[in-house]
Design a protein around this ligand. Sequence first.
Ligand code: APR
Ligand code: ZN
Length: 257
Amino acid sequence: MANGIDDKIKLSAEILAKSKNAVVFTGAGISAESGIPTFRGEDGLWKKYDPEEVASIQGFRRNPRAFWEFSMELMKNTSAEPNPAHYAIAELEKMGIVKAVITQNIDMLHQRAGSKKVYELHGSIEKLKCLDCRKEYSWEDFSDLLQNSDIPKCKHCGSYYVKPKVVLFGEPLPSTVLYQAIEESRRADAFLVVGSSLVVYPAAELPYIAKSNGAKMILINAESTVADHIFDVVFYGKAGEILPKIVEEVKRIKSRI
Ligand code: APR
Ligand code: ZN
């Protein structure tokens, strides 16, 4: 394991520059510098809210209003912009190094930063869907309601079980996306994890799948995780500061080849 930060930057850049199939796996921590709160760690959302009540399918069916109050608090940051970490990953894809991004995030900031191949394991806030009649909606369909902090009601069947197409606790992950993400992790020869506590399954299984198939493992996280021991390089710090430095080093290596 490399020790000084410069050694780690060099080693990470060499791993990525030499790779044929680098895959990136991200969690809430990569969007923290965009102003979106994380779930765990110091001031994580789960210290303030009970995930069972505001982020589980059982909680949603029991009381959709609690879910919407939590979501509105979170969505207040919809003006969130991609940060240098998102752009660094998009640049590595443009350089032909990163072949796919697998994210647990629902904020679509990877796509807005220019990443093309993005697997959203937990869905995204792009669209909403009625759980009863399956009708799909865009946010514009309910903009007035949400402004008056009322909760969306299905215009087709009258149900209050209208929610963004995100995966809540107790719901299955989109099977095709999960299958593709497992395949990408299996094929990866370099696996870069950014901003995840790696405690929520089945997403958290993916780094272990990559490791067991021989990938070189890099972790960038603000604090230690339960999986640090499976990584070849571990950075404790801010993704928005570390990732651009790795990209600069990759460019230096590529210009020498
Ligand atoms: N740079 C890098 N890492 C950071 C930064 C940063 N600027 N800020 C915070 N972190 C780290 C935190 O230390 C934490 O370990 O990001 C990690 C985020 O962990 P979680 O909040 O647990 O987020 P995540 O791993 O994505 O959670 C997985 O749990 O609640 C569910 O569905 C939700 O997708 C989410 C899933
Ligand atoms: Zn409906």
